[in-house]
Design a protein. Structure first.
Length: 275
C-alpha cells in the first residue's frame, strides 16, 4: 500500500492506513470548521471562573456549536456523552464534564471538535481560574510554546519526527516531561486518521511532510513524570504522580511554504491570561 494517497470524492471516509493529501476544497472546509471550534473556545473565556461547574461549560459549548450550524461530534463518539472534554489540574486529557466546581487557582484544558459539512475542526486551549500559582502559569506558557514550536517545524520536506523533537526539546529544557500515551492525528473528513503525530522524537525521522497533509498537534506536558493512568470511567487520564498537566491543540494543514493553522482564535485569544 502507498504511504500517501491523494483525496478524491471516491476516497473512503475511514482510516485506511495511508496518509491523505488534500486539495484546496479540503483546506476551505477545515477553515470553516476550525473557525467554529475556535470561536466556541473564545466564547467560553468569560465563563471560566471559580464557582462554575465543568458541566455548565460543556452545556454552553454544545449549544454554541449547534447554534453555529455545526455538529458537536464528541457526543456519541465511542459512547461519550458530552460536547467537550474538560481536564482540570492533574487530569491530562479526556476529563468528563459534570458536577465538578472550578476553584480559584485551577488550570484546565477544554478540548472540543466542531464538524461543518463533514470537516472536523479539532482544538483545545488552556484556561486559568483567577490567580494561579506561578509554577502552574509557567507550565501553561511552556506548553503553548511547545505547540507553536511544533507547528514551526511542520514544513514541507521535513519529517514528522522534527515536530516531536521540537516539542520534546523545549519541554525538557524547562525540566518538564512529554506524555507518550497520547498523540496528535490526521484529521479532515475522518476524525482520527493517519498519521499519528508523536510529541517527542528524533529529527529527520518519520514520514515526510507533504503539502495537503492535515493533522493535529496537541502536546500534553507534565510538571512531573510522564506516566499517566486511566480512571475507572475508561476515559479520564491523570498523571500517575498527581503533578499538574497542560495541553494545547491546533488542527493544521501543510502548504507549499509551511503550515496553516485552521483553529487559530479569531479574537487573538491564543493563550491565557485572556485579558
Amino acid at each position: 500500500m502507498n504511504l500517501y494517497v491523494d483525496v478524491t470524492p471516491a476516497t473512503p471516509r475511514t482510516r485506511t492506513g495511508a496518509i491523505k493529501l488534500h486539495g484546496p476544497d479540503a483546506f476551505d472546509g477545515m477553515r470553516r470548521a476550525g473557525r467554529v471550534a475556535a470561536e466556541t473556545l473564545d466564547a467560553l473565556v468569560p465563563l471560566v471562573k471559580a464557582g462554575v461547574s465543568t458541566g455548565e461549560l460543556d452545556d454552553f459549548a454544545r449549544e454554541a456549536i449547534v447554534a453555529a450550524g455545526a455538529v458537536p461530534i464528541n457526543i456519541g463518539y465511542n459512547g461519550y456523552r458530552h460536547a467537550s472534554c474538560i481536564s482540570v489540574n492533574h487530569v491530562v486529557c479526556h476529563g468528563i464534564p459534570g458536577t465538578k466546581i472550578l476553584s480559584e487557582g485551577d488550570i484546565l484544558n477544554i478540548d472540543l471538535t466542531a464538524v461543518v459539512d463533514g470537516w472536523h475542526g479539532d482544538t483545545s486551549r488552556m484556561f486559568l481560574v483567577g490567580e494561579v500559582p506561578l509554577k502552574a502559569k509557567r507550565l501553561v506558557d511552556v506548553t503553548y510554546e511547545c505547540l507553536m514550536l511544533g507547528i514551526e517545524a511542520a514544513v514541507p520536506g521535513g519529517r514528522l519526527g522534527d515536530i516531536g523533537h521540537a516539542i520534546q526539546r523545549h519541554a525538557e529544557k524547562h525540566r518538564y516531561s512529554v506524555v507518550r500515551d497520547f498523540v496528535g492525528h490526521g484529521v479532515g473528513l475522518v476524525y482520527h486518521d493517519e498519521p499519528d503525530v508523536h510529541h517527542y522524537g528524533r529529527p529527520g525521522t518519520g514520514p515526510e511532510l507533504r503539502p495537503g497533509m492535515i493533522f493535529t498537534i496537541e502536546p500534553m506536558i507534565n510538571i512531573g513524570k510522564p506516566g499517566v493512568k486511566i480512571l475507572d470511567d475508561d476515559w479520564t487520564a491523570v498523571t500517575r504522580d498527581r503533578s499538574l498537566s497542560a495541553q494545547f491543540e491546533h488542527s493544521i494543514g501543510i502548504t507549499e511554504t509551511g503550515a496553516e493553522i485552521f483553529t487559530r482564535s479569531p479574537k487573538g485569544l491564543h493563550r491565557p491570561p485572556y485579558r
